[in-house]
Design a protein around this ligand. Structure first.
Ligand SMILES: Cc1cc2nc3c(=O)[nH]c(=O)nc-3n(C[C@H](O)[C@H](O)[C@H](O)COP(=O)(O)O)c2cc1C
Length: 319
């Protein structure tokens, strides 16, 4: 059995216990689908918990079929994430998911997209602090909720919003808070603001998990030493073995089977090769960082219009 980065930290005395150093796979809309999660779990280890990309819940409580596939059938070690503008609607979804066996449900307070924010969802909920409080009042006035965690940015426009946000968060019984320390206006630009992260950590009463720009083993280890846990997004897309404490190495031999199985998994559930290629090409925008000097083959991969062309391009890149 492969030792993962946490076992190594514990063995070397850097980390005290597995409890202290959880590794989560971030929700990535359109990429970390049930197919991706299943195949990643099969080939790579080290991730304690996966999160579904956001599931949109509106006041009608009618979920699109595409969205229900995120959480049906039940998936072990997966926390479904909800994107909604109403605390009552969130509580409804959380209880519905609890009924399906999910012990924890996560609320998205980070999505920066204009179409989301203008509807008062995602990072849009961070803009008006009174509304945010009302959201949580409406949520926690319900009984029979599962554990609730949140994934948040540290402000809407300014980093010094972190303090007020933390005071609000501290008033509610969250199981855990995952903080991506950028404000909404930054989207994914600039560097994460560790000061805002520490302010939130110092004021809330539950475990706080760090998320943002952890792309290599060194930064991962540093983060695991300091924090309750770390959530990895683009780092794991670029290097699917990052949670094992290993830099990407094509010679490790798993990547080709991993990609083949992803392709097969998508072909089974999507309507045609074009859609499958579109999905896999998006993943390749991250994976390609592990293959320096393969620009020509990468261009060919991006131009592939059939599964055969795509697979031939993949073989050239990984061989
Ligand atoms: C393509 C893409 C899709 C994302 N989808 C979601 C999502 O569905 N829910 C969410 O909370 N965050 C989402 N995020 C944000 C990531 O979960 C994560 O917070 C962000 O990428 C920063 O972490 P990283 O630097 O480790 O990638 C998305 C980010 C990207 C780039």
């Amino acid at each position: 059995m492969e030792r993962n980065v946490k076992d190594k930290l514990i063995l070397t005395g850097i980390s005290g216990s597995a409890e202290m150093s959880k590794i989560y796979f971030a929700p990535m809309e359109g990429i970390t689908t049930p197919v991706y999660r299943k195949v990643h779990k099969k080939y790579y280890s080290g991730v304690d918990r996966y999160f579904s990309p956001f599931i949109v819940v509106t006041s009608t409580h009618n979920l699109k079929k595409r969205e229900t596939r995120e959480y049906i059938p039940f998936e072990e070690n997966m926390t479904p994430q909800i994107l909604t503008s109403g605390g009552g609607d969130f509580a409804w979804a959380a209880k519905m998911l609890k009924g399906l066996g999910y012990r924890e449900v996560n609320l998205n307070l980070g999505c920066p997209a204009a179409t989301v924010v203008t509807k008062g969802k995602g990072a849009g909920l961070l803009r008006d602090k009174d509304k945010l409080r009302r959201f949580f009042e409406d949520t926690f006035s319900e009984s029979d909720l599962p554990d609730i965690s949140i994934k948040t940015r540290c402000g809407f426009v300014y980093h010094d919003e972190a303090e007020e946000l933390a005071e609000i968060f501290a008033d509610y019984p969250f199981k855990e808070i995952i903080v991506h320390p950028r404000v909404r206006e930054e989207f994914y630009q600039g560097t994460p603001d560790l000061k805002s992260f520490d302010i939130i950590k110092s004021k809330v009463k539950c475990p706080v998990v760090y998320n943002g720009d952890i792309f290599d083993v060194h930064s991962l280890k540093e983060c695991l030493e300091k924090e309750d846990g770390v959530m990895l997004g683009r780092g794991l897309l670029r290097n699917p073995m990052l949670a094992e404490g290993k830099e990407f190495d094509v010679k490790d031999g798993r990547i080709e089977d991993f990609l083949d199985e992803l392709y097969d998994g998508y072909i089974r559930i999507m309507s045609g090769e074009r859609d499958v290629l579109f999905k896999l090409k998006e993943l390749w925008t991250y994976l390609i960082t592990g293959f320096p000097g393969r620009d020509e083959d990468y261009k060919r991969l991006m131009k592939a219009s059939t599964g055969t062309e795509y697979k031939a391009a993949v073989r050239r890149i990984v061989e």
